[in-house]
Design a protein around this ligand. Structure first.
Ligand code: LLP
Length: 426
């Protein structure tokens, strides 16, 4: 983590955050390039270089401006996209098509057509109807597409209900039922237009314990054997999704190896025991790459002390640049960047400027004495903050700055009022 305090001021990857706020305005998203690269390096060491035939497909949904897409490509990673928009961004950034994988529970024909035309690496098929749609598009375009089936493994992970995806009652994936899955796998194996390549699961997000990944893997390995026995067909790729947890407040981010070593061991043992051809193993981390690499900077405005109840400290952003507290009761921590060493004497609630009582960013946080014009920094906002930003109340989506070793560069310009009205018929 590249956070440090110098002269009572918060620095991030060598940059003075108060000066960044002055230079670019607030609210502002700031990302540490060294932190992102550090995370990819960890994956190279503990996964890509340690185990053969492995791929990391960064989950674009967590944060994916063109500059990030270029960084992901430069680091040699693959990418997991879930919409035509993310696919378009990857392509515009010059991402090699073979390294793009396409997930999503309701891919549109136009999106599938785009994917087939670009010749992306894999489509993760989320429903049985989708297979027919993909075959149809491939037939039309004279192409063949590698596909994996996304299976809902029926395990429950410990995370917020909205971000749990592996349990049986889920809009994602194909429910685990041999009578449903096996005929489809057979259809894919026999198809002229798709190549049945493997199986995929994703158990949820912000998971700090490896149980659910391992349980889901057991279920998936059973299916691998069934496919071998029934159709004499190898599952060439297993995609175990993302979901690895990070530190927001007090959680301790486990190293990637905590999840990946037991996963790889289980796969190796299983394939050895069954004497099967070892598959490629793919992971799709989003949050664990980018969450802690990002912070948000705000300027403090009105301060309201409701005697004996609560002190509200308002900042110039809120749920429009970070919806996670309002949507998932997500917790964050932060500090006054220009008073970084001062004693935390007050307990306050940091609230946004949107017309919504739920627009609270941090409840009951101890901070130094707050004053108007102080710069407030919130940590670990790099994942699903900018990517879920909205124009509610016609607030503008802030700029994004990349910092590294004391250098800063703008990677996304701040929206303007003209941008807001661009598509409106006036
Ligand atoms: N793969 C698939 C198929 C996914 O659905 C997701 C996340 C990921 C990979 C990446 O998961 P990660 O490594 O980032 O946990 N907006 C929510 C998170 C939604 C995640 C949806 N799927 C949040 O802010 O907590």
């Amino acid at each position: 983590m590249f956070r440090e305090v110098r002269d009572n001021t918060l620095y991030f990857d060598g940059c003075n955050t108060v000066e960044l706020a002055r230079k670019y305005g607030t609210p502002l998203y700031v990302y540490s390039e060294r932190d992102i690269i550090g995370r990819f390096n960890e994956l190279k060491t503990c996964f890509l270089e340690k185990y053969p035939c492995t791929r990391v497909a960064y989950a674009a949904k967590a944060f994916f401006p063109v500059a990030m897409a270029k960084l992901v490509a430069r680091e040699g990673m693959c990418v997991d996209v879930v919409s035509g928009g993310e696919l378009y961004t990857a392509i515009k950034a010059g991402f090699p098509a073979e390294k793009i994988e396409f997930n999503g529970n309701n891919k549109q024909r136009a999106e599938i057509t785009m994917a087939v035309e670009y010749g992306i690496g894999r489509i993760i098929v989320d429903s049985l109807q989708e297979l027919t749609l993909i075959e149809d598009v491939c037939r039309e375009k004279g192409k063949k597409m590698k596909i994996l089936f996304r299976i809902t493994p029926g395990v429950k992970s410990s995370s917020h209900d909205y971000i749990v995806t592996g349990k049986k009652d889920s809009k994602f994936g194909i429910p685990l039922d041999d009578e449903v899955i096996l005929p489809q796998v057979k259809a894919a194996i026999d198809s002229e237009f798709v190549e049945f390549y493997g199986l995929h699961f994703h158990v949820g997000s912000q998971i700090l314990n490896n149980d659910s990944h391992l349980q889901a893997l057991d279920v998936m390995l059973d299916l691998v054997t069934k496919i071998k026995v029934e159709f004499d067909c190898d599952v060439k790729e297993l995609n175990v999704g993302g979901g690895f947890g990070v530190t927001y407040v007090e959680e301790k981010r486990p190293p990637f190896s905590y999840y990946l070593d037991p996963i790889m061991k289980k796969i190796d043992n299983y394939y050895d025991e069954k004497n099967l051809q070892r598959p490629n193993v793919v992971i799709e981390p989003g949050r664990s790459i980018i969450a802690e690499a990002g912070i948000s900077l705000y300027t403090i405005g009105s301060i309201k002390d409701i005697k004996d109840i609560r002190k509200y400290v308002s900042v110039d952003g809120g749920m429009t640049d970070n919806i996670r507290p309002a949507l998932y009761q997500a917790e964050y921590t932060g500090l006054i960047a220009n008073k970084a060493n001062e004693e935390k004497t007050e307990t306050v609630t940091i609230c946004g400027k949107c017309c919504e009582s739920g627009d609270i960013l941090i409840k009951d946080l101890k901070i130094a004495h707050p004053e108007r014009e102080d710069i407030f920094a919130i940590f670990s906002t790099g994942a699903y903050g900018y990517s879920m930003a909205s124009n509610y109340n016609k607030n503008l989506i802030p700029a994004v700055v990349m910092v590294s070793k004391g250098e800063d560069r703008l990677i996304v310009k701040p929206q303007t009022y003209e941008d807001l009205l661009r598509n409106e018929i006036i």
